[in-house]
Design a protein around this ligand. Structure first.
Ligand code: 86P
Length: 149
């Protein structure tokens, strides 16, 4: 069976920045172990836990951001599949906006740094093509929503 992890692509909008596409910043956390890779908040599903509960729990544990501080965006869910040490892993990402863009991020011991980054910098930090594709899909989803307003 594949390892399963769930998390959130968390973003914030900086209202004062123009143009609108440039006002979106994504949260990435840098692991304090291994290759020190950058990842959105996510983690392994506990036995009996449902996927969205895992995503919310991990985001609270790893970034100090709770459900009450997030607005989950409708219609966005991405699944990544990759191998970790020869075993298949599935990662589900929902998309959520930080309601108050000034809210502080609080890291756990699992991460040593965090960054709020616009799309291109976020893709560069993320490194992996599948995670870059997920960030780009999030940006397209948000821009399409902005166009409708
Ligand atoms: N000391 C130590 N301890 C570790 C290590 N490793 C884990 N721990 C412990 O596990 C706990 C974490 O538990 P959770 O928070 O529940 O799980 P996750 O959030 O799922 O975290 P992981 O780090 O397990 O999983 P990934 O982020 O998936 O990284 C795994 C590998 O996959 C690659 N990779 C990463 N992202 C992408 C991607 O988007 N796309 C692609 N294609 N590839 C990607 C990259 O090569 C990476 O090396 C920590 O507390 C540690 O105790 C380690 O190396 N040394």
């Amino acid at each position: 069976m594949a390892l399963r992890a769930c998390g959130f692509i968390v973003f914030r909008r900086l209202a004062s920045c123009i143009p609108p596409a440039g006002n979106i910043e994504y949260l990435l956390l840098q692991t304090s172990y291994g290759e020190h890779h950058w990842t959105p908040p996510k983690g392994h599903v506990d036995p009996g836990e449902d996927d969205l509960t895992t995503a919310l729990r991990e985001t609270r544990e790893e970034a100090g951001l709770g459900a009450e501080q997030l607005r989950v965006i409708d219609g966005f869910l991405q699944e990544l599949r990759y191998e970790v040490r020869g075993k298949p892993k599935e990662v589900l990402y929902w998309l959520a906006e930080l309601r108050d863009p000034g809210t502080a991020v609080t890291l756990s011991d699992e991460h040593q740094d965090y960054r709020w980054a616009q799309l291109e910098e976020a893709c560069s930090l993320a490194g992996y093509k599948d995670l870059q594709d997920t960030l780009r899909a999030a940006q397209r989803h948000l821009e399409a929503q902005q166009d409708k307003q």
